[in-house]
Design a protein around this ligand. Structure first.
Ligand SMILES: Cc1cc2nc3c(=O)[nH]c(=O)nc-3n(C[C@H](O)[C@H](O)[C@H](O)COP(=O)(O)OP(=O)(O)OC[C@H]3O[C@@H](n4cnc5c(N)ncnc54)[C@H](O)[C@@H]3O)c2cc1C
Length: 362
């Protein structure tokens, strides 16, 4: 589970101080830090080149939504286990006919007195075959609009009737599953928020998922070399002391400026948040900008690497460089997971820029 003994030691030291979730209240396993203190902690950890102590969907997505919508019992049971890295969560949102159009979901939870009876299927459930629990959006009413008939349920993967089937990827690996629910009994106590009020919980959670996706690249293990260092190594510098490839040089300068601007946008949102005056349009931009810039950086890395960027498997190429090529391949998913870029652009057009929806002609 841990890449090294040092990583485990680092996780355990942070867990014991509540640093896996620095801003969560200490009674739920966090450190109870203010957002300013947590920011300093994160900056200091980054300066030392430390990896985040814990990577998991419970921490990034479910926890923040439970803090808002969970009842006391749910918070005590689940948040503490998340902070301590004891429970692995999977996300059950997408279905074969409900991805971008999430409200179209069909997995049904029937009210049977003291429990719900769940039937249906979820797809693209990352690592569901290794998960202990899954948080799911389920249909509890066929009312219109569709969003008003959705509830948010926590389901123990060990419950009878839950099964997973891995989806093989072209790489030969299998990170995703299809998850099936066949007459699964889920206690009523596992409902988060109101019955038929799951859409509000789903949106709160998506806000955190998108924030996490926007910053995902920076959360990963430090690469073998930073972009400029890599370009100097792979392309070299000319007599005037600048990167020898002028086209790559200007594209890199453009990327570094955009990356800096993104960082400053993040700072702006942070300070607006502290003053409780966030311009609601700004956070809408972050997922699209963050993920597309991460992909631009990957392309620059590959261009700089030249021949060395042609393989993720060739043992003649150093492991650090191969990891960068793998990252390039993996990061293709950033503009799909958590809401595709096309859908993000629709949201920006409508909610940030106030553009009218286009009437579709049949
Ligand atoms: C790495 C990764 C991990 C994931 N993990 C999970 C997980 O753990 N749990 C989970 O539930 N889901 C997960 N997903 C699924 C993800 O949420 C969906 O892939 C995503 O929401 C898109 O849905 P879809 O794949 O059904 O594509 P579709 O919605 O079918 O979209 C297909 C194409 O049509 C475009 N499109 C659709 N609607 C519009 C529109 N209105 N305007 C313009 N273009 C449009 C899309 O942009 C896309 O290019 C994961 C996906 C990835 C890539």
């Amino acid at each position: 589970m841990f890449p090294s003994a040092e990583a485990q030691q680092w996780f355990e030291a942070c867990r014991d101080k509540g640093y896996t979730a620095p801003e969560w209240p200490s009674e739920y396993g966090g450190a109870g830090l203010s957002s300013a203190q947590a920011k300093v902690l994160q900056q200091e950890m980054a300066k030392m080149g430390c990896r985040p102590p814990l990577y998991c969907q419970g921490l990034w997505m479910l926890g923040p939504a439970l803090l808002v919508y969970g009842n006391e019992e749910q918070k005590r049971e689940h948040l503490t286990a998340i902070c301590r890295g004891e429970i692995r969560w999977a996300q059950g949102y997408s279905e074969p006919s409900a991805g971008s159009d999430l409200a179209n979901l069909k997995t049904k939870a029937e009210d049977c007195g003291d429990h719900f009876l769940v039937n249906g299927t979820k797809i693209w459930t990352t690592k569901a075959d290794e998960a202990d629990w899954i948080f799911c959006l389920v249909r509890t009413s066929d009312s219109t609009p569709k969003q008003a008939g959705i509830s948010f349920l926590l389901i123990d993967m060990a419950t009878e009737g839950v099964s997973t089937s891995p989806i093989p990827l072209i790489s030969g690996e299998s990170e995703f599953c299809q998850t099936f629910f066949d007459n699964v009994k889920v206690p009523k106590a596992n409902l988060v928020g109101e019955l038929n009020g799951g859409w509000a919980v789903a949106k709160e959670l998506l806000k955190h998922e998108r924030k996490m996706m926007a910053a995902f690249d920076g959360m990963l293990e430090k690469p073998a070399m930073e972009l400029l260092e890599l370009a100097h190594y792979a392309v070299g510098i000319d007599d005037s002391g600048v990167l020898a490839d002028s086209e790559l040089r200007s594209d890199m300068a453009r990327h570094l400026m955009r990356e800096k601007a993104m960082g400053q946008l993040g700072e702006r949102i942070y300070w607006q948040g502290k003053a409780k005056q966030v311009d609601p349009r700004l956070p809408l931009l972050m997922k699209h900008l963050g993920t597309s810039e991460a992909q631009s950086k990957d392309e620059l890395i590959l261009r700089a690497l030249g021949d060395e960027g042609l393989s993720m498997d060739d043992p003649a190429i150093s492991e650090g460089l191969r990891k960068m090529v793998k990252q390039w391949a993996f990061n293709k998913a950033l503009t799909i997971a958590g809401g595709t870029s096309e859908v993000q652009l629709n949201i920006i057009a409508k909610r940030a820029l106030g553009m009218p929806s286009v009437e579709r002609k049949s």
